[in-house]
Design a protein around this ligand. Structure first.
Ligand code: M6R
Length: 612
Protein backbone atom coordinates (compact mmCIF):
# COMPACT_ATOMS: atom_id res chain seq x y z
CA UNK A 1 0.00 0.00 0.00
CA UNK A 2 1.25 3.52 -0.73
CA UNK A 3 3.66 5.24 1.66
CA UNK A 4 4.45 8.91 2.26
CA UNK A 5 7.57 10.57 3.65
CA UNK A 6 8.27 14.31 3.84
CA UNK A 7 11.15 16.09 5.55
CA UNK A 8 12.39 19.52 6.48
CA UNK A 9 15.56 19.97 8.50
CA UNK A 10 19.33 19.87 8.39
CA UNK A 11 19.94 16.24 7.40
CA UNK A 12 20.83 15.27 3.86
CA UNK A 13 17.46 15.43 2.13
CA UNK A 14 18.08 12.56 -0.31
CA UNK A 15 19.40 10.15 2.32
CA UNK A 16 16.55 10.98 4.68
CA UNK A 17 13.79 10.57 2.11
CA UNK A 18 15.28 7.32 0.78
CA UNK A 19 15.74 5.97 4.31
CA UNK A 20 12.07 6.75 5.02
CA UNK A 21 10.94 5.03 1.83
CA UNK A 22 12.99 1.94 2.66
CA UNK A 23 11.31 1.74 6.04
CA UNK A 24 7.93 1.78 4.29
CA UNK A 25 8.89 -0.90 1.75
CA UNK A 26 7.29 -3.61 3.85
CA UNK A 27 3.87 -2.13 3.06
CA UNK A 28 4.14 -3.32 -0.55
CA UNK A 29 4.41 -0.99 -3.58
CA UNK A 30 5.26 -0.99 -7.26
CA UNK A 31 6.99 2.36 -7.92
CA UNK A 32 8.62 5.18 -6.00
CA UNK A 33 9.55 8.83 -6.36
CA UNK A 34 10.92 11.91 -4.63
CA UNK A 35 10.63 15.67 -5.12
CA UNK A 36 13.19 18.06 -3.63
CA UNK A 37 12.77 21.81 -3.31
CA UNK A 38 15.78 24.10 -3.63
CA UNK A 39 15.88 27.80 -4.46
CA UNK A 40 12.28 27.94 -5.68
CA UNK A 41 12.78 24.94 -7.94
CA UNK A 42 11.22 21.50 -7.55
CA UNK A 43 13.12 18.54 -8.98
CA UNK A 44 11.55 15.07 -9.16
CA UNK A 45 13.02 11.61 -9.70
CA UNK A 46 10.74 8.59 -10.18
CA UNK A 47 11.18 4.96 -10.96
CA UNK A 48 9.16 1.78 -11.39
CA UNK A 49 10.05 -1.12 -9.09
CA UNK A 50 11.93 -1.11 -5.82
CA UNK A 51 13.33 1.91 -3.96
CA UNK A 52 16.76 0.62 -5.00
CA UNK A 53 15.86 1.35 -8.66
CA UNK A 54 15.14 4.93 -7.64
CA UNK A 55 18.47 5.12 -5.80
CA UNK A 56 20.24 3.74 -8.89
CA UNK A 57 18.75 6.54 -10.99
CA UNK A 58 20.21 9.25 -8.78
CA UNK A 59 23.78 9.69 -10.07
CA UNK A 60 26.43 11.11 -7.68
CA UNK A 61 26.31 14.44 -9.58
CA UNK A 62 22.50 14.57 -9.28
CA UNK A 63 22.69 13.68 -5.61
CA UNK A 64 25.19 16.48 -4.98
CA UNK A 65 22.92 18.99 -6.69
CA UNK A 66 19.69 17.76 -5.08
CA UNK A 67 21.29 17.61 -1.63
CA UNK A 68 21.38 21.41 -1.61
CA UNK A 69 17.65 21.25 -0.93
CA UNK A 70 16.37 21.16 2.63
CA UNK A 71 12.76 20.19 1.95
CA UNK A 72 11.37 17.20 0.12
CA UNK A 73 8.54 14.72 -0.26
CA UNK A 74 8.65 11.07 -1.28
CA UNK A 75 6.26 8.23 -2.03
CA UNK A 76 5.95 4.53 -2.66
CA UNK A 77 2.96 3.84 -4.92
CA UNK A 78 0.73 0.78 -5.04
CA UNK A 79 -1.21 1.16 -8.26
CA UNK A 80 -4.96 1.85 -8.16
CA UNK A 81 -5.62 4.28 -11.04
CA UNK A 82 -3.25 3.48 -13.89
CA UNK A 83 -0.50 0.91 -14.27
CA UNK A 84 2.80 1.08 -12.38
CA UNK A 85 4.80 3.53 -14.55
CA UNK A 86 6.98 6.60 -14.11
CA UNK A 87 4.29 9.07 -15.23
CA UNK A 88 1.86 7.48 -12.76
CA UNK A 89 4.37 7.40 -9.88
CA UNK A 90 4.20 10.23 -7.33
CA UNK A 91 5.06 13.05 -6.68
CA UNK A 92 2.70 14.72 -9.14
CA UNK A 93 3.04 18.35 -10.22
CA UNK A 94 0.94 21.00 -11.89
CA UNK A 95 2.18 21.99 -15.32
CA UNK A 96 3.94 25.12 -14.05
CA UNK A 97 5.81 22.87 -11.57
CA UNK A 98 4.83 25.12 -8.66
CA UNK A 99 3.15 22.45 -6.52
CA UNK A 100 4.26 18.86 -5.89
CA UNK A 101 1.98 16.39 -4.14
CA UNK A 102 2.26 12.87 -2.74
CA UNK A 103 -1.05 11.22 -1.93
CA UNK A 104 -2.37 8.05 -0.33
CA UNK A 105 -6.07 7.23 -0.78
CA UNK A 106 -8.54 7.59 -3.61
CA UNK A 107 -10.15 10.69 -5.12
CA UNK A 108 -13.56 9.44 -6.17
CA UNK A 109 -14.62 12.49 -8.22
CA UNK A 110 -11.27 12.93 -9.96
CA UNK A 111 -12.65 12.34 -13.45
CA UNK A 112 -15.12 15.24 -13.16
CA UNK A 113 -12.49 17.54 -11.68
CA UNK A 114 -10.00 16.58 -14.38
CA UNK A 115 -12.50 17.33 -17.13
CA UNK A 116 -13.27 20.69 -15.55
CA UNK A 117 -9.55 21.58 -15.26
CA UNK A 118 -8.80 20.44 -18.81
CA UNK A 119 -11.56 22.82 -19.87
CA UNK A 120 -9.61 25.59 -18.12
CA UNK A 121 -6.44 24.69 -20.04
CA UNK A 122 -4.67 22.34 -17.60
CA UNK A 123 -2.63 19.53 -19.15
CA UNK A 124 -2.34 16.14 -17.48
CA UNK A 125 0.46 13.62 -17.82
CA UNK A 126 -0.76 10.58 -15.88
CA UNK A 127 -3.74 8.26 -15.51
CA UNK A 128 -3.88 8.81 -11.76
CA UNK A 129 -6.58 10.33 -9.62
CA UNK A 130 -3.85 12.11 -7.61
CA UNK A 131 -2.69 14.35 -10.43
CA UNK A 132 -5.82 16.47 -10.13
CA UNK A 133 -4.58 17.67 -6.72
CA UNK A 134 -1.57 19.80 -7.76
CA UNK A 135 -3.69 21.24 -10.58
CA UNK A 136 -6.54 22.02 -8.21
CA UNK A 137 -4.12 23.62 -5.72
CA UNK A 138 -2.73 25.73 -8.55
CA UNK A 139 -6.28 26.69 -9.49
CA UNK A 140 -7.10 27.71 -5.90
CA UNK A 141 -3.77 29.45 -5.14
CA UNK A 142 -3.96 33.11 -4.08
CA UNK A 143 -0.60 33.46 -2.33
CA UNK A 144 -1.15 31.21 0.74
CA UNK A 145 -0.16 27.53 0.43
CA UNK A 146 -2.19 26.20 3.38
CA UNK A 147 -5.34 27.99 2.18
CA UNK A 148 -4.87 26.77 -1.39
CA UNK A 149 -4.48 23.14 -0.26
CA UNK A 150 -7.49 23.41 2.06
CA UNK A 151 -9.60 24.90 -0.73
CA UNK A 152 -8.55 22.12 -3.12
CA UNK A 153 -9.29 19.39 -0.57
CA UNK A 154 -12.78 20.78 -0.05
CA UNK A 155 -13.53 20.09 -3.70
CA UNK A 156 -12.64 16.42 -3.62
CA UNK A 157 -14.63 13.39 -2.49
CA UNK A 158 -12.75 10.40 -1.22
CA UNK A 159 -9.82 9.74 1.04
CA UNK A 160 -6.42 11.31 1.36
CA UNK A 161 -3.20 11.49 3.28
CA UNK A 162 -1.07 14.09 1.50
CA UNK A 163 2.13 16.11 1.68
CA UNK A 164 2.59 19.17 -0.53
CA UNK A 165 5.55 21.44 -1.29
CA UNK A 166 5.60 24.57 -3.42
CA UNK A 167 8.27 26.50 -5.27
CA UNK A 168 6.49 29.66 -4.05
CA UNK A 169 7.11 28.69 -0.40
CA UNK A 170 10.61 27.22 -0.12
CA UNK A 171 10.42 26.56 3.64
CA UNK A 172 6.92 25.07 3.92
CA UNK A 173 5.29 21.65 3.79
CA UNK A 174 1.52 21.22 4.03
CA UNK A 175 0.11 17.88 5.10
CA UNK A 176 -3.48 16.73 5.64
CA UNK A 177 -5.52 13.61 6.13
CA UNK A 178 -8.96 12.16 5.67
CA UNK A 179 -9.28 8.40 5.89
CA UNK A 180 -5.59 7.75 5.27
CA UNK A 181 -3.08 8.11 8.12
CA UNK A 182 -0.55 10.90 8.53
CA UNK A 183 1.88 11.18 11.43
CA UNK A 184 4.13 14.17 12.09
CA UNK A 185 7.42 13.39 13.82
CA UNK A 186 8.54 16.37 15.90
CA UNK A 187 12.35 16.43 16.10
CA UNK A 188 14.94 18.97 17.24
CA UNK A 189 14.94 21.60 14.46
CA UNK A 190 13.53 19.05 12.03
CA UNK A 191 10.16 17.60 11.10
CA UNK A 192 9.53 14.30 9.41
CA UNK A 193 6.08 13.45 8.15
CA UNK A 194 5.03 9.94 7.16
CA UNK A 195 2.03 7.73 6.60
CA UNK A 196 3.41 5.26 9.13
CA UNK A 197 5.53 5.67 12.27
CA UNK A 198 8.06 3.07 11.03
CA UNK A 199 9.55 5.85 8.87
CA UNK A 200 9.78 8.21 11.84
CA UNK A 201 10.94 6.26 14.90
CA UNK A 202 14.62 6.38 14.11
CA UNK A 203 14.47 10.22 14.05
CA UNK A 204 12.21 11.03 16.98
CA UNK A 205 9.86 9.37 19.45
CA UNK A 206 7.59 12.46 19.59
CA UNK A 207 4.71 12.30 17.14
CA UNK A 208 1.43 13.99 16.34
CA UNK A 209 -1.29 11.84 14.77
CA UNK A 210 -3.52 13.90 12.50
CA UNK A 211 -7.27 13.35 12.74
CA UNK A 212 -9.52 13.28 9.70
CA UNK A 213 -9.86 16.74 8.15
CA UNK A 214 -6.79 18.06 9.97
CA UNK A 215 -4.38 20.10 7.90
CA UNK A 216 -0.94 21.22 9.09
CA UNK A 217 1.53 23.80 7.86
CA UNK A 218 5.14 23.01 8.73
CA UNK A 219 7.19 26.19 8.32
CA UNK A 220 10.84 25.58 9.28
CA UNK A 221 10.16 23.78 12.57
CA UNK A 222 6.89 25.51 13.50
CA UNK A 223 3.73 23.45 13.15
CA UNK A 224 0.43 25.24 12.56
CA UNK A 225 -2.47 22.80 12.97
CA UNK A 226 -5.95 23.56 11.72
CA UNK A 227 -8.97 21.80 10.42
CA UNK A 228 -9.93 22.07 6.82
CA UNK A 229 -12.31 24.92 7.70
CA UNK A 230 -9.31 26.93 8.94
CA UNK A 231 -10.18 26.61 12.63
CA UNK A 232 -7.02 26.05 14.76
CA UNK A 233 -7.00 22.64 16.48
CA UNK A 234 -4.65 21.19 19.07
CA UNK A 235 -3.39 17.61 19.03
CA UNK A 236 -1.34 15.98 21.74
CA UNK A 237 2.27 15.01 21.16
CA UNK A 238 2.41 11.24 21.76
CA UNK A 239 5.54 9.33 22.75
CA UNK A 240 6.21 6.15 20.81
CA UNK A 241 8.15 3.51 22.70
CA UNK A 242 8.94 1.26 19.72
CA UNK A 243 12.60 0.44 19.56
CA UNK A 244 13.85 1.29 16.05
CA UNK A 245 15.96 -1.89 16.18
CA UNK A 246 12.82 -3.97 16.63
CA UNK A 247 11.83 -3.09 13.09
CA UNK A 248 15.00 -4.76 11.78
CA UNK A 249 15.42 -8.44 10.94
CA UNK A 250 17.66 -9.27 13.90
CA UNK A 251 19.69 -11.94 12.12
CA UNK A 252 16.71 -13.82 10.63
CA UNK A 253 16.49 -14.36 6.91
CA UNK A 254 13.02 -12.84 6.73
CA UNK A 255 10.86 -10.62 8.91
CA UNK A 256 8.21 -13.33 8.82
CA UNK A 257 10.52 -15.90 10.40
CA UNK A 258 11.71 -13.38 12.98
CA UNK A 259 8.10 -12.58 13.83
CA UNK A 260 7.17 -16.27 14.11
CA UNK A 261 10.07 -16.84 16.49
CA UNK A 262 9.19 -13.71 18.48
CA UNK A 263 5.77 -15.06 19.40
CA UNK A 264 6.55 -16.41 22.88
CA UNK A 265 7.69 -12.89 23.88
CA UNK A 266 4.97 -11.11 21.94
CA UNK A 267 2.25 -13.21 23.61
CA UNK A 268 3.89 -12.74 27.01
CA UNK A 269 3.69 -8.97 26.38
CA UNK A 270 0.06 -9.24 25.29
CA UNK A 271 -0.98 -11.00 28.50
CA UNK A 272 1.36 -9.22 30.93
CA UNK A 273 -0.53 -7.40 33.69
CA UNK A 274 -3.89 -8.36 32.20
CA UNK A 275 -4.75 -11.40 34.31
CA UNK A 276 -5.96 -11.48 37.88
CA UNK A 277 -4.88 -14.84 39.32
CA UNK A 278 -6.84 -14.65 42.53
CA UNK A 279 -10.14 -13.61 40.94
CA UNK A 280 -9.54 -15.85 37.92
CA UNK A 281 -10.30 -13.16 35.36
CA UNK A 282 -8.90 -10.87 32.69
CA UNK A 283 -8.48 -7.21 33.63
CA UNK A 284 -8.17 -5.31 30.29
CA UNK A 285 -8.89 -1.85 31.66
CA UNK A 286 -8.69 -0.32 28.15
CA UNK A 287 -12.13 -1.78 27.46
CA UNK A 288 -13.46 0.74 29.92
CA UNK A 289 -16.54 -1.37 30.74
CA UNK A 290 -18.05 -1.25 34.23
CA UNK A 291 -19.47 -4.40 35.87
CA UNK A 292 -22.89 -3.14 34.81
CA UNK A 293 -21.73 -2.57 31.21
CA UNK A 294 -20.30 -6.09 31.10
CA UNK A 295 -23.57 -7.78 32.07
CA UNK A 296 -25.56 -5.49 29.78
CA UNK A 297 -23.88 -6.93 26.68
CA UNK A 298 -26.25 -9.44 25.12
CA UNK A 299 -24.70 -9.83 21.67
CA UNK A 300 -21.23 -9.39 20.22
CA UNK A 301 -20.41 -8.63 16.59
CA UNK A 302 -16.79 -8.99 15.56
CA UNK A 303 -15.78 -7.13 12.38
CA UNK A 304 -12.39 -7.68 10.76
CA UNK A 305 -10.59 -8.71 7.56
CA UNK A 306 -8.13 -11.45 6.59
CA UNK A 307 -6.11 -12.94 9.40
CA UNK A 308 -7.80 -10.67 11.94
CA UNK A 309 -11.15 -12.08 10.78
CA UNK A 310 -9.85 -15.59 11.49
CA UNK A 311 -8.80 -14.51 14.98
CA UNK A 312 -12.35 -13.18 15.38
CA UNK A 313 -13.72 -16.61 14.40
CA UNK A 314 -11.77 -18.18 17.25
CA UNK A 315 -13.14 -15.41 19.47
CA UNK A 316 -16.70 -16.40 18.55
CA UNK A 317 -16.11 -19.82 20.17
CA UNK A 318 -14.59 -18.18 23.25
CA UNK A 319 -17.47 -15.76 23.83
CA UNK A 320 -20.11 -18.42 23.33
CA UNK A 321 -18.38 -21.12 25.41
CA UNK A 322 -17.05 -19.01 28.24
CA UNK A 323 -19.49 -16.11 28.46
CA UNK A 324 -22.74 -17.44 26.89
CA UNK A 325 -22.91 -14.36 24.67
CA UNK A 326 -24.32 -14.90 21.15
CA UNK A 327 -21.51 -13.79 18.84
CA UNK A 328 -21.33 -13.19 15.10
CA UNK A 329 -18.22 -12.65 13.03
CA UNK A 330 -18.58 -10.35 10.05
CA UNK A 331 -16.30 -9.57 7.18
CA UNK A 332 -15.86 -5.86 7.78
CA UNK A 333 -16.46 -5.13 4.09
CA UNK A 334 -19.94 -6.70 4.33
CA UNK A 335 -20.79 -5.10 7.64
CA UNK A 336 -20.30 -1.62 6.23
CA UNK A 337 -22.69 -2.14 3.33
CA UNK A 338 -25.36 -4.29 4.94
CA UNK A 339 -27.75 -2.68 7.32
CA UNK A 340 -26.51 -4.31 10.51
CA UNK A 341 -29.05 -4.52 13.29
CA UNK A 342 -27.63 -2.95 16.41
CA UNK A 343 -29.70 -3.04 19.56
CA UNK A 344 -28.93 -1.74 23.04
CA UNK A 345 -26.58 -4.37 24.43
CA UNK A 346 -24.82 -5.03 21.11
CA UNK A 347 -21.07 -4.78 21.56
CA UNK A 348 -18.93 -4.36 18.45
CA UNK A 349 -15.36 -5.54 18.40
CA UNK A 350 -13.12 -4.40 15.54
CA UNK A 351 -9.94 -6.43 15.17
CA UNK A 352 -7.08 -5.01 13.11
CA UNK A 353 -3.33 -5.36 13.41
CA UNK A 354 -2.68 -2.07 11.62
CA UNK A 355 -5.70 -0.21 12.98
CA UNK A 356 -5.97 1.35 9.51
CA UNK A 357 -7.75 -1.25 7.33
CA UNK A 358 -10.27 0.76 5.32
CA UNK A 359 -13.12 -1.77 5.51
CA UNK A 360 -12.70 -2.36 9.25
CA UNK A 361 -12.51 1.37 9.90
CA UNK A 362 -15.68 1.93 7.87
CA UNK A 363 -17.43 -0.80 9.91
CA UNK A 364 -16.34 0.96 13.11
CA UNK A 365 -17.73 4.27 11.86
CA UNK A 366 -21.02 2.65 10.81
CA UNK A 367 -21.36 1.03 14.25
CA UNK A 368 -20.53 4.26 16.11
CA UNK A 369 -23.05 6.08 13.92
CA UNK A 370 -25.69 3.54 14.97
CA UNK A 371 -24.94 4.20 18.64
CA UNK A 372 -23.18 0.92 19.41
CA UNK A 373 -20.46 0.44 22.00
CA UNK A 374 -17.38 -0.23 19.88
CA UNK A 375 -13.94 -1.43 20.99
CA UNK A 376 -10.81 -2.15 19.00
CA UNK A 377 -8.20 -4.89 19.28
CA UNK A 378 -5.24 -3.35 17.46
CA UNK A 379 -1.48 -3.52 17.41
CA UNK A 380 -0.38 -0.13 16.08
CA UNK A 381 -0.58 2.39 18.89
CA UNK A 382 -2.32 5.61 17.96
CA UNK A 383 -3.69 4.20 14.70
CA UNK A 384 -7.10 5.34 13.53
CA UNK A 385 -9.32 2.53 14.85
CA UNK A 386 -8.23 2.77 18.50
CA UNK A 387 -8.40 6.55 18.32
CA UNK A 388 -11.92 6.54 16.92
CA UNK A 389 -13.30 3.82 19.20
CA UNK A 390 -11.64 5.37 22.25
CA UNK A 391 -11.70 1.98 23.96
CA UNK A 392 -10.07 -1.35 23.38
CA UNK A 393 -6.97 -3.41 23.85
CA UNK A 394 -3.55 -3.02 22.28
CA UNK A 395 -1.73 -6.23 21.41
CA UNK A 396 1.75 -4.98 22.43
CA UNK A 397 3.13 -7.42 19.84
CA UNK A 398 5.67 -4.89 18.52
CA UNK A 399 5.88 -3.87 14.86
CA UNK A 400 4.77 -6.57 12.43
CA UNK A 401 6.68 -5.97 9.22
CA UNK A 402 6.17 -9.18 7.21
CA UNK A 403 3.08 -8.81 5.02
CA UNK A 404 1.83 -12.19 6.25
CA UNK A 405 0.41 -11.63 9.69
CA UNK A 406 1.75 -14.07 12.33
CA UNK A 407 2.38 -12.66 15.79
CA UNK A 408 -0.59 -10.33 15.51
CA UNK A 409 -2.88 -13.36 15.05
CA UNK A 410 -1.64 -15.24 18.10
CA UNK A 411 -1.76 -12.10 20.25
CA UNK A 412 -5.28 -11.31 18.97
CA UNK A 413 -6.42 -14.80 19.99
CA UNK A 414 -4.76 -14.43 23.41
CA UNK A 415 -6.49 -11.06 23.94
CA UNK A 416 -9.86 -12.47 22.83
CA UNK A 417 -9.48 -15.34 25.30
CA UNK A 418 -8.75 -12.92 28.15
CA UNK A 419 -11.70 -10.78 27.06
CA UNK A 420 -14.08 -13.76 26.97
CA UNK A 421 -12.80 -14.76 30.41
CA UNK A 422 -13.60 -11.26 31.70
CA UNK A 423 -17.10 -11.36 30.24
CA UNK A 424 -17.55 -14.94 31.46
CA UNK A 425 -16.55 -14.08 35.01
CA UNK A 426 -19.08 -11.25 35.04
CA UNK A 427 -21.69 -13.98 34.39
CA UNK A 428 -21.85 -17.67 35.25
CA UNK A 429 -18.18 -18.71 34.93
CA UNK A 430 -16.96 -19.84 38.36
CA UNK A 431 -13.93 -18.41 40.10
CA UNK A 432 -12.31 -21.85 40.10
CA UNK A 433 -12.74 -22.30 36.33
CA UNK A 434 -11.43 -18.77 35.87
CA UNK A 435 -8.33 -19.54 37.95
CA UNK A 436 -7.68 -22.68 35.87
CA UNK A 437 -8.02 -20.71 32.65
CA UNK A 438 -5.65 -18.01 33.87
CA UNK A 439 -3.06 -20.73 34.51
CA UNK A 440 -3.59 -22.11 31.01
CA UNK A 441 -3.25 -18.70 29.41
CA UNK A 442 0.04 -18.18 31.24
CA UNK A 443 1.35 -21.42 29.68
CA UNK A 444 0.79 -20.18 26.10
CA UNK A 445 4.26 -18.65 25.55
CA UNK A 446 5.82 -21.98 26.58
CA UNK A 447 3.51 -23.98 24.32
CA UNK A 448 4.60 -21.78 21.41
CA UNK A 449 8.28 -22.11 22.38
CA UNK A 450 7.92 -25.90 22.15
CA UNK A 451 6.45 -25.74 18.64
CA UNK A 452 9.20 -23.37 17.51
CA UNK A 453 11.78 -25.84 18.84
CA UNK A 454 10.48 -28.34 16.24
CA UNK A 455 11.00 -25.92 13.33
CA UNK A 456 13.57 -28.22 11.70
CA UNK A 457 11.08 -31.14 11.68
CA UNK A 458 8.39 -28.91 10.19
CA UNK A 459 10.88 -27.79 7.54
CA UNK A 460 11.37 -31.45 6.51
CA UNK A 461 7.62 -31.88 6.03
CA UNK A 462 7.53 -28.60 4.09
CA UNK A 463 10.28 -29.77 1.72
CA UNK A 464 8.37 -32.99 1.03
CA UNK A 465 5.21 -31.14 -0.02
CA UNK A 466 6.69 -27.92 -1.42
CA UNK A 467 5.91 -28.79 -5.04
CA UNK A 468 2.20 -29.53 -4.50
CA UNK A 469 -0.02 -27.28 -6.60
CA UNK A 470 -3.11 -27.55 -4.41
CA UNK A 471 -3.62 -28.06 -0.69
CA UNK A 472 -6.57 -28.51 1.64
CA UNK A 473 -6.53 -27.57 5.33
CA UNK A 474 -9.35 -29.05 7.40
CA UNK A 475 -10.39 -28.56 11.00
CA UNK A 476 -13.33 -28.59 13.38
CA UNK A 477 -14.39 -26.52 16.39
CA UNK A 478 -11.61 -24.29 17.70
CA UNK A 479 -9.32 -25.62 14.98
CA UNK A 480 -11.62 -24.77 12.09
CA UNK A 481 -10.56 -21.08 11.97
CA UNK A 482 -6.97 -22.26 12.40
CA UNK A 483 -7.30 -24.43 9.27
CA UNK A 484 -8.59 -21.43 7.31
CA UNK A 485 -5.78 -19.25 8.61
CA UNK A 486 -3.22 -21.95 7.72
CA UNK A 487 -4.53 -22.03 4.15
CA UNK A 488 -4.41 -18.22 3.91
CA UNK A 489 -0.78 -18.20 5.12
CA UNK A 490 0.21 -20.79 2.54
CA UNK A 491 -1.51 -19.14 -0.40
CA UNK A 492 -0.33 -15.60 0.33
CA UNK A 493 3.39 -16.33 0.67
CA UNK A 494 3.94 -19.42 -1.49
CA UNK A 495 1.27 -18.82 -4.20
CA UNK A 496 0.14 -22.44 -3.76
CA UNK A 497 -3.60 -22.78 -4.15
CA UNK A 498 -4.81 -23.69 -0.66
CA UNK A 499 -8.34 -24.01 0.72
CA UNK A 500 -9.30 -23.97 4.37
CA UNK A 501 -12.46 -26.01 4.98
CA UNK A 502 -14.56 -27.28 7.80
CA UNK A 503 -13.67 -30.99 7.83
CA UNK A 504 -17.34 -31.98 7.57
CA UNK A 505 -17.92 -29.76 4.54
CA UNK A 506 -15.29 -31.51 2.46
CA UNK A 507 -17.69 -34.25 1.42
CA UNK A 508 -20.28 -31.69 0.27
CA UNK A 509 -18.23 -30.86 -2.83
CA UNK A 510 -14.52 -30.22 -2.53
CA UNK A 511 -13.77 -33.92 -1.99
CA UNK A 512 -14.20 -34.21 -5.78
CA UNK A 513 -10.83 -32.45 -6.12
CA UNK A 514 -8.85 -34.90 -4.00
CA UNK A 515 -6.32 -37.31 -5.49
CA UNK A 516 -2.69 -38.33 -4.91
CA UNK A 517 -1.50 -34.85 -5.95
CA UNK A 518 -3.58 -32.92 -3.42
CA UNK A 519 -2.29 -33.11 0.15
CA UNK A 520 -4.73 -32.56 3.00
CA UNK A 521 -3.54 -31.06 6.27
CA UNK A 522 -5.86 -32.15 9.09
CA UNK A 523 -5.99 -30.45 12.49
CA UNK A 524 -6.19 -33.63 14.59
CA UNK A 525 -5.16 -32.35 18.03
CA UNK A 526 -6.56 -34.03 21.09
CA UNK A 527 -9.63 -31.86 21.65
CA UNK A 528 -13.37 -32.55 21.31
CA UNK A 529 -14.12 -33.54 17.71
CA UNK A 530 -10.89 -35.49 17.20
CA UNK A 531 -12.70 -38.80 16.50
CA UNK A 532 -14.71 -37.11 13.81
CA UNK A 533 -11.68 -35.61 12.15
CA UNK A 534 -10.04 -39.02 12.05
CA UNK A 535 -13.05 -40.16 10.03
CA UNK A 536 -12.51 -37.20 7.67
CA UNK A 537 -8.82 -38.09 7.30
CA UNK A 538 -9.81 -41.62 6.29
CA UNK A 539 -12.16 -40.18 3.68
CA UNK A 540 -9.20 -38.25 2.25
CA UNK A 541 -6.86 -41.23 2.30
CA UNK A 542 -9.49 -43.28 0.50
CA UNK A 543 -9.19 -40.70 -2.33
CA UNK A 544 -5.38 -41.23 -2.27
CA UNK A 545 -4.63 -37.77 -0.85
CA UNK A 546 -1.46 -37.65 1.26
CA UNK A 547 -2.54 -36.62 4.78
CA UNK A 548 -0.47 -34.45 7.12
CA UNK A 549 -1.79 -34.34 10.67
CA UNK A 550 -1.22 -31.66 13.25
CA UNK A 551 -1.52 -33.77 16.39
CA UNK A 552 -0.92 -33.79 20.12
CA UNK A 553 2.51 -34.97 21.26
CA UNK A 554 2.40 -38.59 22.38
CA UNK A 555 -0.70 -39.47 20.32
CA UNK A 556 0.80 -42.60 18.75
CA UNK A 557 -2.61 -43.71 17.50
CA UNK A 558 -2.64 -40.87 14.94
CA UNK A 559 0.27 -42.47 13.04
CA UNK A 560 -2.22 -44.97 11.59
CA UNK A 561 -4.14 -42.22 9.85
CA UNK A 562 -1.48 -39.81 8.60
CA UNK A 563 1.50 -39.88 6.26
CA UNK A 564 3.29 -37.11 8.14
CA UNK A 565 2.75 -35.55 11.55
CA UNK A 566 3.51 -32.13 13.02
CA UNK A 567 3.47 -32.31 16.79
CA UNK A 568 1.96 -29.72 19.12
CA UNK A 569 2.11 -29.96 22.94
CA UNK A 570 -0.93 -31.14 24.90
CA UNK A 571 -3.22 -28.24 25.87
CA UNK A 572 -6.90 -27.41 26.22
CA UNK A 573 -9.25 -26.50 23.39
CA UNK A 574 -9.08 -22.85 24.52
CA UNK A 575 -5.35 -22.49 24.02
CA UNK A 576 -4.79 -25.04 21.24
CA UNK A 577 -5.38 -22.58 18.33
CA UNK A 578 -2.23 -20.65 19.25
CA UNK A 579 0.55 -23.30 19.20
CA UNK A 580 -1.23 -25.05 16.31
CA UNK A 581 -1.30 -21.98 14.10
CA UNK A 582 2.39 -21.41 14.81
CA UNK A 583 3.08 -24.87 13.34
CA UNK A 584 1.12 -23.88 10.21
CA UNK A 585 2.96 -20.55 9.94
CA UNK A 586 6.26 -22.44 9.96
CA UNK A 587 5.01 -24.95 7.40
CA UNK A 588 3.95 -22.15 5.03
CA UNK A 589 7.18 -20.26 5.60
CA UNK A 590 9.36 -23.23 4.71
CA UNK A 591 7.23 -24.17 1.69
CA UNK A 592 7.50 -20.58 0.40
CA UNK A 593 11.24 -20.59 1.03
CA UNK A 594 11.67 -23.88 -0.81
CA UNK A 595 9.75 -22.37 -3.75
CA UNK A 596 11.98 -19.28 -3.75
CA UNK A 597 9.14 -16.81 -3.07
CA UNK A 598 9.40 -13.20 -1.92
CA UNK A 599 8.27 -14.03 1.59
CA UNK A 600 8.10 -10.64 3.29
CA UNK A 601 6.57 -8.82 0.35
CA UNK A 602 4.43 -11.29 -1.60
CA UNK A 603 3.25 -10.20 -5.03
CA UNK A 604 0.04 -8.15 -5.21
CA UNK A 605 -0.21 -7.81 -1.43
CA UNK A 606 0.14 -4.87 0.91
CA UNK A 607 0.69 -4.89 4.66
CA UNK A 608 -2.12 -2.53 5.37
CA UNK A 609 -5.08 -2.30 3.03
CA UNK A 610 -6.15 1.31 3.32
CA UNK A 611 -8.35 1.31 0.22
CA UNK A 612 -11.69 -0.43 -0.22
O1 M6R B 1 -4.23 -4.71 9.71
P1 M6R B 1 -5.39 -5.67 9.68
O2 M6R B 1 -5.29 -6.73 10.72
O3 M6R B 1 -6.72 -4.98 9.71
O4 M6R B 1 -5.27 -6.38 8.26
C1 M6R B 1 -6.26 -7.25 7.82
C2 M6R B 1 -5.79 -8.06 6.64
O5 M6R B 1 -5.50 -7.22 5.55
C3 M6R B 1 -4.54 -8.88 6.97
O6 M6R B 1 -4.75 -9.72 8.06
C4 M6R B 1 -4.14 -9.74 5.75
O7 M6R B 1 -5.09 -10.72 5.53
C5 M6R B 1 -2.75 -10.35 5.97
N1 M6R B 1 -2.02 -10.32 4.74
C6 M6R B 1 -2.79 -11.75 6.42
O8 M6R B 1 -1.54 -12.33 6.56
Amino acid sequence: MCGIVAYTGKRNIIDTLIDGLRRLEYRGYDSAGIAVLDKNKITTVKSVGKVQSLVDKITPAMKKELSKGKIGIAHTRWATHGIPSEPNAHPHLDEKCRFAVVHNGIIENYALIKEHLIGKGHKFLSETDTEVLPHLIDDCYEGDLLQAVAAALKKINGTFGIAVISSEHPEQIVTARKGSPIVIGVGENETIIASDISAIISYTDKVIFLNDNDIALIDKDKIDLRNIDNVPVSREIAHIDWDPGSAEKGGFEHFMLKEIFEQPDAIANAIRGRLDESLGTGTLSGLNLSAHDLVSVNRIIIAACGTSLHAGMVGEYFFEDLADIPTEVEQAAEFRYRNPIINPGTFILAISQSGETADTLAAVREAIQKGATVAGICNVVGSTIPRETGRGVYLHAGPEIGVASTKAFTCQVAVLLMMALKFGRSRRLSRQTGIELVAEIKRIPDLVRKVIATAKDIEKVAKKYAQAKDFFFIGRGYLYPVAIEGALKLKEISYVHAEGYHAAELKHGPIALLDENVPVLAMANNIPGKDKIIGNMQECKARKSPVIAVATEGDEEIRKHADDIIWVPECSQYTVPIPSVVALQLLSYYIAKERGCSIDQPRNLAKSVTVE
